[in-house]
Design a protein around this ligand. Structure first.
Ligand code: HEC
Ligand code: HEC
Length: 342
């Protein structure tokens, strides 16, 4: 009998075993935050940060991610898996995280706004996105900051951080990250005003008519015309929009020999050199990512016109000027695609 129940226990163990936080972290987080939170594309998760943020904040951050920024949401992870990751991250410093009250702190957003303008805008930006000339993700920012600030106007941050936690961060600053302490500059009440103001920050407004493309890696439109006509339409629409078109190129050209090339997939590459010059001045590394191509392909009897989501690509560089150009490019490319498929 004893033997049987021991066997039973053994057989059940994998089911009841706690999720492995280290393995889950390595699978889901380390590509951006590095193996022990040293940071990379993702912010470093330093001991200083860990000493300022609650377990609840980390768990909610994992769950919600940062919509519209680089960090994805991990809604598919179970609460137990999320807790295991939090536990693993905590194990780096070996200290438990602080616990904050979750209730709202009373403050006057109007007074807070004035204080924010005076003390915070230069690093966190007018809208709290943390974007500004030269700041940004590792790819583009000037190295005057150790790290870029996370976006405060992001719904993922707003849902994860409590008022008391934000208050505490402002009071203490982030030495490692380059944020000064405001303990001697602002009173507790003034900081509460700033917190109230931070709560009013909202993500950039999405242009009317563009909502459907948010979060999608590509724009895809179906053409009512046949393949050849669609290609011709795209070329005409591009020329009409003052783009120069490069010689056409089959998508698979480099991959296959010339006889088996799929001629039903074409990549139309285009450029407006003046615009390109301007863009490369803002972000030299953009050359690597610049799409400047619209693909036309025939698939299952449908003719599709496809372009990378330029507005989204542009925001990855965390450079406000570039994000604005991205939105302009989006408008031009979508107009071209619509014209070609109308
Ligand atoms: C694709 C890259 C990427 C992945 C994967 C990713 N993150 Fe992030 N993470 C980021 C970026 C970028 C930020 C900064 C948010 C911003 O830009 O506003 C961030 C922010 C955070 C923050 C907030 C830090 C702070 O100072 O407030 C935490 C905590 C965090 N990530 C934990 C995780 C954990 C845990 C995982 C795995 C479950 C994970 N991240 C997966 C890129 C990533
Ligand atoms: C000199 C630049 C600088 C100034 C000024 C500054 N910050 Fe920061 N702030 C940062 C940086 C950089 C980080 C990220 C640091 C890190 O994660 O180690 C940060 C982090 C934060 C965070 C935590 C966000 C997160 O997800 O990690 C909050 C909240 C914040 N700042 C609010 C403010 C407010 C409000 C003010 C004005 C009272 C302010 N900061 C002034 C640079 C600055």
């Amino acid at each position: 009998m004893k033997y049987l129940s021991a066997l039973f226990l053994l057989a059940c163990m994998p089911l009841f075993a706690a999720p492995d936080g280290k393995a889950l972290y390595e699978e889901n987080c380390s590509v951006c935050h590095h193996s022990r939170g040293q940071g990379g594309i993702g912010l470093p998760l330093t001991n200083e940060i860990l000493s300022q943020v609650s377990d609840d904040y980390i768990a909610k951050t994992i769950h919600h991610g940062r919509p519209g920024r680089i960090m994805p949401s991990f809604e598919a992870l179970s609460p137990a898996q999320v807790q295991a990751i939090v536990g693993y991250v905590r194990s780096w410093s070996g200290k438990p995280g602080p616990v904050f009250q979750t209730s709202r702190i009373a403050g006057d957003a109007k007074q807070g706004g004035a204080l924010y303008k005076k003390h915070c805008v230069r690093c966190h930006g007018k809208d709290g996105s943390g974007e500004g000339p030269g700041t940004g993700v590792t790819m583009s920012r000037e190295r005057s900051f150790m790290v870029m600030p996370a976006a405060l106007n992001n719904s993922g941050f707003q849902k994860s951080a409590s008022d008391a936690m934000i208050h505490d961060i402002i009071r203490r600053g982030r030495k490692d990250g380059g944020m000064p302490s405001f303990k001697n500059k602002l009173s507790d009440q003034e900081i509460a005003h700033v917190v109230a103001y931070v709560r009013t920050l909202e993500p950039p407004v999405i242009k009317k008519g563009m909502e459907e493309w948010v979060g999608k890696p590509a724009y895809i439109m179906e053409s009512p015309y046949d393949f050849k006509t669609t290609v011709e339409n795209v070329r005409q629409a591009l020329t009409g929009a003052n783009f120069r078109i490069f010689p056409p190129r089959y998508l698979e050209q480099d991959l296959t020999d010339e006889f088996s090339v799929n001629t039903r997939q074409i990549s139309i590459r285009f450029c407006n050199f003046k615009e390109l010059y301007h863009l490369l001045n803002i972000e030299p590394r953009l050359g690597l990512a610049l799409p400047c191509r619209i693909n036309v392909m025939e698939q299952d009897g449908k003719v599709l016109v496809i372009s990378a989501n330029v507005a989204q690509l542009a925001t990855l560089f965390n450079n406000q000027e570039l994000s604005e150009v991205g939105v302009l490019m989006e408008e031009i490319i979508l107009t071209v695609m619509e014209e070609a498929t109308l």
